[in-house]
Write a protein of this length. Structure first.
Length: 341
């Protein structure tokens, strides 16, 4: 029987971001006995978002550890374990709660390798949902990409697709530096196509390398996490009007792959950055500054434009929430403004 034209190519299957993260954890736990997972509800309950489903049954209490509700406590235990030679994966139920452990993440994990002149590596992963969810108001909806991207000593990744999620988490666990993995709760249940290669046990996505999701000639759109999907949707809308957007999935916040963005801006002569975080000192602000300071500035035919979350704590009401995070129409509007059409 011939394949229907809509079915994915041979060897490609649909995998949700949740399952991709679960696969990555399972494979790395199996590969290296120094790897362990700890956090609230990660073990017997299978994880608050079911990311660690089945892992406690498979690996037991020593490798999958339920912690008390004390981020400062369990992040500190994890950092100490990393200093002593283990490779912990520390889950925050939301990155808003990582504020409870910011001292451990920054003062203990990020700075130690430098302050010890390289003699104490801290191979730890801090992961969990980041940015806006749905209907959970200000205390659960902040994007911390700019916060953590600001701090030397950390690597910071922000996956969009299932391939990103699996490959970046595996690369993060194998890295000898502290890595912050900023996932999106709203993407957990979303299926993406994953190639056979991406589903192999040795598949990793290199940290610090952006990915061009769509080639284009008129304007460069740069985003990370969920807004990458919004950019692709906006690009599809604009394509019908004859505007071809190049969409770059940043994948890594720190170290930032500015070279890929520069090469694209040299080609398209226009730049729009898109993020769910706040405007002030944001990821888009950094990209715009780097482009202005570098060789691509001379190729810009219009000022770079940022599309960001609103400069307010996240409201609870649905209509206000929708107006606080970038929508497809906001991206379309920004592109038309930039291209003066």
């Amino acid at each position: 029987r011939s394949r229907s034209p809509l079915s994915p190519p041979a060897g490609v299957s649909q995998v949700t971001v949740r399952d991709a993260l679960n696969q990555a954890l399972d494979e790395e736990l199996e590969r290296d006995e120094r790897v362990f997972l700890l956090g609230e509800e990660v073990a017997q309950y299978d994880g608050a978002y079911k990311i660690s489903r089945g892992l406690w049954k498979k690996y037991g209490d020593k490798r999958i550890i339920d912690t008390p509700i004390s981020e400062m406590g369990f992040a500190g235990i994890a950092v100490g374990a990393a200093m002593a030679g283990l490779r912990p994966v520390c889950e925050f139920m939301t990155f808003n709660f990582s504020m409870q452990a910011i001292d451990q993440v920054i003062n203990s994990a990020a700075k130690t390798c430098y302050m010890s002149a390289g003699s104490i590596p801290v191979p730890i992963v801090f992961r969990g949902p980041n940015g806006a969810s749905a209907g959970v108001a200000a205390q659960h909806s902040q994007c911390f990409a700019a916060w953590y991207g600001h701090c030397p000593g950390l690597k910071v990744v922000s996956p969009w697709s299932s391939e990103d999620a699996k490959g970046l988490l595996k690369a993060s666990i194998r890295d000898d530096n502290p890595v912050v993995v900023l996932e999106s709760e709203l993407l957990y249940g979303v299926p993406f196509e994953m190639s056979e290669q991406a589903q192999s046990k040795e598949f990793v996505v290199p940290i610090g390398k952006a990915k061009i999701e769509k080639q284009g000639t008129h304007v460069t759109l740069v985003a990370h996490s969920r807004p990458v999907g919004h950019c692709l949707e906006a690009a599809a809308v604009l394509s019908k009007e004859g505007v071809e957007c190049e969409v770059i999935n940043l994948r890594t916040i720190r170290p930032m792959d500015i070279e890929t963005v520069e090469a694209s801006v040299v080609k398209t002569n226009h730049l729009v950055t898109v993020e769910g975080g706040w405007p002030q000192f944001g990821v888009g602000a950094e990209i715009c500054a780097r482009i202005m300071e570098g060789p691509a500035f001379n190729y810009l035919d219009a000022p770079a434009v940022r599309v960001t979350g609103a400069d307010v704590p996240m409201p609870y009401a649905k209509i206000l929430e929708d107006n606080s995070i970038p929508q497809v129409k906001d991206i379309v509007f920004a592109v038309k403004k930039t291209l003066n059409i």
